[in-house]
Design a protein around this ligand. Structure first.
Ligand SMILES: Nc1ncnc2c1ncn2[C@@H]1O[C@H](COP(=O)(O)OP(=O)(O)OP(=O)(O)O)[C@@H](O)[C@H]1O
Length: 321
């Protein structure tokens, strides 16, 4: 059976590879003369929730389209659930769930009927470990659409429609789920409800989730790990806490001496302030210490990138892989 065959193939590459849902080595993508991905190396263990961030045009959608098997690549190695997506067969595809940026099909279908109908495709891909698909009622309960069971898809609100998109993406109980900018256009309440849904999904049967977002706060809330893509490469990778430490950078210390404003930068803000007091005593005033947050660094990066002033990860101070 093809599923067993792909698992065996994964196993042959060693136990570590079998634990990876996604692996790319030197992934490159060029559109015409434009290099969009310039060597992306990414390993995502099974069960991880990973957020891919980056400014407009950084290549997030290109990356996930390559991982989904919708787009060919220019160079590099890619394995998704142990298989090269370019060769992914229908058994492989049945293990991958996709929620695209906007999906407006099936408007005249009623929610329960649609989920039941789409779910039937997955029945032949059921395995002893993972029976497929979700029953329509169970799925509506999971995504919070039970009250809309008989509503037509075209009549749902934006937030409800997005939940239906997610239900369609997971109806086949995927091992790996791609969510491309899942909360664009949501009001704060819909966003909050969607975050709770993603947490529920992440806890289900070890589902690996890769989502893209422009919102660092959302990435922190939802994911185990944040990867920032810019200039065609991964320029930061880690948990929110790890990234915070990586980009801690220098503190800015503002003060005045006898009414004269000053600004210093220092690695150790406390030691610097102690020294200022020792040097200036009572003449020191208006003291302010500002440590850049991950958000500060990310926003600087986005502004620089979008203004075309910054294209290379290695030139941004304080941010490392
Ligand atoms: N089919 C295509 N042909 C030519 N260029 C393309 C194509 N698709 C994307 N691009 C270009 O590749 C770059 C990366 O696009 P991509 O959509 O992957 O970025 P993104 O990070 O998802 O952006 P956004 O945050 O705006 O969705 C952009 O400059 C885009 O114009």
């Amino acid at each position: 059976m093809a599923v067993a065959a792909s698992r065996t193939a994964t196993g042959n590459e060693g136990a570590a590879a079998a634990e990876l849902a996604i692996e790319t080595v030197g992934l490159r993508m060029r559109y015409g003369a434009k290099d969009v991905l310039r060597g992306v190396d990414l390993q995502v263990p099974r069960g991880q929730v990973i957020a891919l961030l980056g400014p407009n045009g950084a290549g997030k959608t290109t990356t996930i389209e390559i991982l989904e098997g919708f787009r060919g690549r220019s160079a590099g190695e890619v394995r998704v659930l142990g298989v090269d997506p370019a060769d992914g067969d229908e058994y492989w595809r049945a293990r991958v769930g996709i929620v695209l940026q906007s999906w407006r099909d099936h408007g005249t279908w009623r929610v329960r009927d649609l989920l039941h109908q789409l779910g039937r495709y997955y029945t032949p891909f059921s395995t002893p470990e993972r029976s497929k698909p979700y029953g329509a009622d169970e799925l509506m309960e999971l995504v919070g659409l039970t009250a809309q069971a008989t509503a037509r898809a075209g009549s749902l609100s934006g937030g409800q429609r997005r939940r239906l998109d997610v239900a369609i993406g997971i109806v086949g109980k995927p091992d790996l789920l791609f969510l491309d900018e899942p909360t664009v256009g949501f009001d704060p309440q819909a966003r909050q409800e969607f975050h709770e849904l993603v947490h529920r999904l992440a806890n289900l049967e070890e589902t690996t989730i890769l989502l893209t977002t422009h919102d660092l706060e959302e990435a922190e809330k939802l994911s185990d790990r944040i990867v920032i893509l810019a200039g065609g490469k991964i320029m930061a990778d880690g948990t929110a806490a790890e990234l915070g430490r990586q980009v801690a950078g220098q503190a800015e210390i503002k003060y005045s001496v006898a009414g004269q404003a000053q600004v210093d930068h220092a690695d150790d803000a406390t030691a610097h302030v102690r020294e200022l007091f020792a040097r200036h005593g009572d003449a020191l005033g208006d003291l302010e210490v500002h440590k850049p947050t991950l958000e500060d660094i990310y926003m600087t990066l986005v502004r620089e990138f979008e203004a075309g002033r910054w294209t290379d990860a290695s030139t941004l101070p304080g941010v490392t892989r």
